[in-house]
Each structure stands twice: as structure tokens, then as C-alpha cells.
Design a protein around this ligand. Structure first.
Ligand SMILES: NC(=O)c1ccc[n+]([C@@H]2O[C@H](COP(=O)([O-])OP(=O)(O)OC[C@H]3O[C@@H](n4cnc5c(N)ncnc54)[C@H](O)[C@@H]3O)[C@@H](O)[C@H]2O)c1
Length: 335
């Protein structure tokens, strides 16, 4: 019988970030309970079983009894479940609100009944919106521009106001845009989508171009969550952390894509964009306080995606709904 170092419940663990994080946690010796609707497929953890310490619960975070079952017998909970980009959210704002905001109270309620001692909430660096200052720290004002970002921030406030009697150490993470290959792949995120356009069409569509965006490689994103689980309670309790690495304009990311893929035919095509979010995120706090240093670059993400594409592991990268949250949500008509 395998000995585990603890049990972690992850809501939304079947998504892009979860599909990298769950295997890393199993490798690190955790027993992992994934609570997810598996909107993007159930085969993501096919290679693991309960003997490895993986337990998948197909359910909705809007159901209190499901939450209580998922959080029972856990040491920590990571909350990732979400309608996780603006277009998918705007497709059905009432649905988005019910999952991204209203369910948060149910999650806090279920946490109070659970033995968990640690709670990590995946917010987003998009809560900063458009900022003038050259460096956005955790102290900078927040000006979320969309409901997706506004509700991320409202959940942060709910957590900060939460007067729980359980002594749970909670942490808010504001990740940059994630990039790179994972088993549940998202190709609707900046680096990934530009790479896919270059590979499929030898043409990179640059929406806008001058917006500065913070990025973090999926492997580093997973390392951040692992670090938060292992950190001593005092250094992470009631803290907000940015988690990003290279800040680059969309135009520069496109240049990197062209260079890394190394196909001289690749052209850059500029398309006007209504998305004006632009920010340079400073991630010094997580470095100083928790010792987190990114190990993977944007170039690594582009190379990783290119390698799996050339192995034939990405099929119909620009159209396949499983890689594009908005297309999948249109297909599912979730209530
Ligand atoms: N990926 C990024 O670039 C990024 C950046 C900043 C913050 N985040 C945050 O990190 C988290 C994970 O992001 P991701 O890219 O893995 O998103 P994702 O869309 O790939 O995964 C979200 C998961 O939540 C599940 N889900 C949705 N509604 C649910 C419900 N009602 N009940 C149970 N499960 C449900 C989906 O099935 C999916 O597996 C999200 O909260 C997102 O806002 C992501």
C-alpha cells in the first residue's frame, strides 16, 4: 500500500493547468481528488488510477453535496474550476456568474466542514486591467475590465472577508497567461494560439500587438502550486501573489514564434483588437517570500508545442473545440 504525503482536492483539475499539475502532485507523493465536469474530455488522466492516488469526481462546483464529498478527507484544496476566459464567460453571463462567483460561497462553506488546512485560489493577473505604471505589484490598484476579471476580484474579496473558524491558511494567486503544452491543451491563449497559427497556416495573426502581457510556462505554473502546498504556513497565509515570468508585447511573442519555428515562410498579419488589457506584472514577491524562480521560457513553450505538433499529437489545432474554450462552450450549451 502506497504511503501519501497528504491529500489535495482540485476543483477544475481536469483543465489545462490541472492536467499538468495533477501528474506533478502524484509524482510528488500526494493523493489527489479531482472535482471537475470534465468539459474538455475525461481521458486526460487515463494513465493514472486510484492505486497511484488519483480519484476523479465528475461533478459540479455549484452542488454543495459534491463539494463536501470532494473536500472530505483532504489536507488542502486548490480551486481552479472556472469559465476561464472572457469570450466563454460572455457567451452566457448568468452561467459564468453562477460558476465563477456564486459557487465561491459554496466552496467556502464546504471548506469549513472539511479537514483541509490550506486553500489556494486561482485568481488572475487580469484583475489589474489596463495600468499606466511600469510595474504592477500585488499592491497596485485593480481595475478589472470584464466580468470574468471582476468576478475573480470579487472572489478575492470574499476570501479576504471570510471569517472562518477553521484556521485554514488561504492564498490568492494571480497567474500570468499560461503557455506551453499540457495534456488538456488550450490553444486560445496568446503564445499557444500564435504558435498554432504559424504551424498550421505559416501566418501569425497578431490581434493588436502593442499590448504587454505577462506569461508563465505551464510547467512553472504547476511548480507554483506545488510550492504553495509545501511552503510553511506563515509565509503564504492570507497572502496575494503574482505569478508570472516574461512580460512581452504580443508582437514580440509573434517574432519569437517565427524564430523558434524557423520556417521562413511565416508571415505576420496584424488584426485590430478590442482587447486592450496591457500590464507588466512584477513577480518579485513570490520569489522573495517563497523562493519561486521560473525555469521555462516562452521559447520553451513554443518549442514544446512545435515538437508535439510535428509528432501529430495536435489535431486540427485552430478549430478543434477541445482546444478552444469558446467553441467547446458553444457546443455544450451548459446550464
Ligand atoms: N490558463 C491561464 O492562462 C490562466 C491565467 C490566469 C488564471 N487562470 C485561472 O486558472 C484556473 C485554471 O485555468 P485553466 O486554463 O486550466 O482553465 P480550463 O478552462 O482549462 O479549466 C477549467 C476547468 O474547470 C472545469 N469546470 C468548469 N465549470 C465547472 C463546474 N461548474 N464544476 C466543475 N468543474 C468545472 C472545466 O471542465 C475545466 O476542466 C482558472 O480559474 C483560470 O481562471 C488561468
Amino acid at each position: 500500500m502506497r504511503e501519501f504525503k497528504g491529500t489535495v482536492a482540485i476543483t477544475g483539475g481536469g483543465g489545462y493547468v490541472g492536467s499538468a499539475l495533477v501528474p506533478d502532485l502524484i509524482e510528488a507523493g500526494y493523493r489527489v481528488k479531482v472535482l471537475d465536469l470534465f468539459l474538455y474530455g475525461e481521458e486526460v488522466f487515463d494513465q493514472y488510477s486510484s492505486e497511484d492516488g488519483l480519484f476523479c469526481i465528475k461533478g459540479d462546483v455549484r452542488d454543495p453535496s459534491v463539494l463536501e464529498a470532494a473536500f472530505s478527507d483532504t489536507d488542502a484544496v486548490i480551486h481552479l474550476a472556472c469559465i476561464s476566459n472572457d469570450p466563454s464567460f460572455e457567451l452566457n453571463p448568468a452561467l459564468g456568474k453562477s460558476i465563477n462567483l456564486d459557487a465561491f460561497d459554496l466552496i467556502l462553506g464546504a471548506l469549513e466542514k472539511s479537514p483541509a488546512r490550506r486553500f489556494i485560489y486561482a485568481s488572475s493577473s487580469s484583475v489589474y486591467g489596463l495600468r499606466e505604471e511600469s510595474d504592477v505589484t500585488e499592491q497596485s490598484p485593480t481595475t478589472p475590465l470584464t466580468d470574468y476579471s471582476r468576478f475573480k476580484l470579487e472572489c478575492e474579496y470574499k476570501l479576504q472577508d471570510w471569517s472562518n473558524s477553521t484556521g485554514i491558511a488561504w492564498t490568492i494567486l494571480r497567474p500570468a497567461t499560461v503557455c506551453g503544452y499540457a495534456r488538456r491543451l488550450r490553444l486560445d491563449l496568446t503564445v499557444n494560439v500564435l504558435t498554432m497559427h504559424a504551424l498550421e497556416n505559416q501566418k501569425i495573426k497578431i490581434f493588436g500587438g502593442k499590448q504587454l502581457r505577462p506569461n508563465i510556462h505551464i510547467n512553472d505554473m504547476s511548480r507554483v502550486y506545488c510550492l504553495l502546498l509545501d511552503a510553511d504556513k506563515e509565509s503564504l497565509c492570507s497572502q496575494v501573489f503574482n505569478a508570472g515570468y516574461q512580460n512581452e508585447t504580443v508582437e514580440n511573442i509573434a517574432m519569437k514564434v517565427k524564430t523558434v519555428i524557423g520556417d521562413g515562410r511565416i508571415e505576420l498579419e496584424y488584426v485590430p483588437s478590442a482587447d486592450t488589457r496591457s500590464y507588466h506584472v512584477n513577480s518579485e514577491k513570490i520569489k522573495c517570500q517563497l523562493g519561486f524562480e521560473a525555469q521555462y521560457t516562452i521559447e520553451d513553450a513554443i518549442q514544446g508545442l512545435t515538437d508535439v505538433y510535428r509528432q501529430g499529437l495536435i489535431r486540427d489545432g485552430l478549430e478543434n473545440p477541445l482546444y478552444h474554450n469558446i467553441k467547446r462552450m458553444q457546443e455544450l450549451v451548459l446550464q
